[in-house]
Design a protein. Sequence first.
Length: 329
Amino acid sequence: MTDDPAVSVLMAVRDGAVHLPETIASLRAQADPGGGLEFVVVDDASTDATPALLAAWAEADPRLRVLAAPAPMGLAAALNLGLGHVRAPLVARADGDDLYAPDRLLRQAAALRADPRLDALSCGCVRIDEAGNELARMAPVTGPDRIRFRTLYTSSLLHPGAMIRTAALRAVGGYDAGYWTAQDSDLWARLLAAGGCLDNLLEPLVRYRVHATSLTAKRGAAGRALSLSVPERVQSAYLDGLPPDHDVAATVDLWQGYRPLAPEAIRAGLAGMERIAAVARRREGPEVLADMRATMGRAFWRQARWLGRRRPALAVLLVGYAVRARILR
C-alpha cells in the first residue's frame, strides 16, 4: 500500500490462539471506514499457535503487518511498539479475544470526522463468556462532560472498543508502560488533562469477552494500588490537592458500588464524595450535576440495602443521603 489508510487497527496479543480466529474473522469483515484500513498487530512473544495464525492472516490479507516482540513486553509497551508503525490518523484498539460488529470502524470514523473536538470515542458492548454466550448488554455513559467528571471515580470508555486520534495519542506519549493494569484509565486521564474530549456511541459494537482469570480479577493489592493512582491524581487536581483525611479508595469504592463496604469505609467514602460534590456544585453544569446526584443516590441505596439490619443507624443515614441526593436541585 502506498497511500496512508484512514484507520489503523492496533492490537497486541500473547498466547491468544483459542479465540484469535474469531477475532480475525470479525476484523477482516469490517466495512471500509472511508479511505482504507490497515491492521498493526504485535505478537508479544507468544508460545502457542498465535504466530502461525497471524502469519496465515498476513499471507491472506496485505493490510496486515505483524510485529514480533523478542520477549514479553506487556500490553502497554507492546501497544507503544505498534503505535510507532501506525500510518492512519485514526487508531482503533482491538483485543485478540473480542468480536467486532462489521460497521464498528465505519461508524466511529464517521463520528470522529463529524466532531473535530473528539480525541477518543468508544461504544457500548455485549459482555460474553469464554464460550461466547451473552452475559449482559452494557450501555455506556455518553456526553464528554459526564465522562470527564466520572474520571474522578472510574473509566467510562471500553478500551478495546475505542478509536483514538493518532496525533492526540502520540502527543501524550502513548501508553505509560508502567501501568501493567489500568493502562486505559491512565490514558483517558492524560488525554483529558491535556484538554482532550472523550465520548461513547451508545450502540453495542463490541462483544467483549470476560475471563474468570482476567488480569483485573487477579491483580492483587499492587494492581489495585496502581489502578487507584489514576483517580488519586484526577481527584487531587480537581480539589487543588487532597486533604490529609481524604480516602481515595473509599470514595471510589462507594461511587462504583461493586461490593458491600465496611462502615468506616462508607463514612470515609461519604466524606470524599461530598468534598468533590461541593466543588462540582460550583463548577459543573446541570447535566453533570444531575448525573452526579443520580449516581450518588444509587450508591447510597445500594450500601443501605447491604447493611440491612446489621447496622440500622448507618443504613438509615444512607437512605437519608440517597433521598437528599435525588431531590436536591
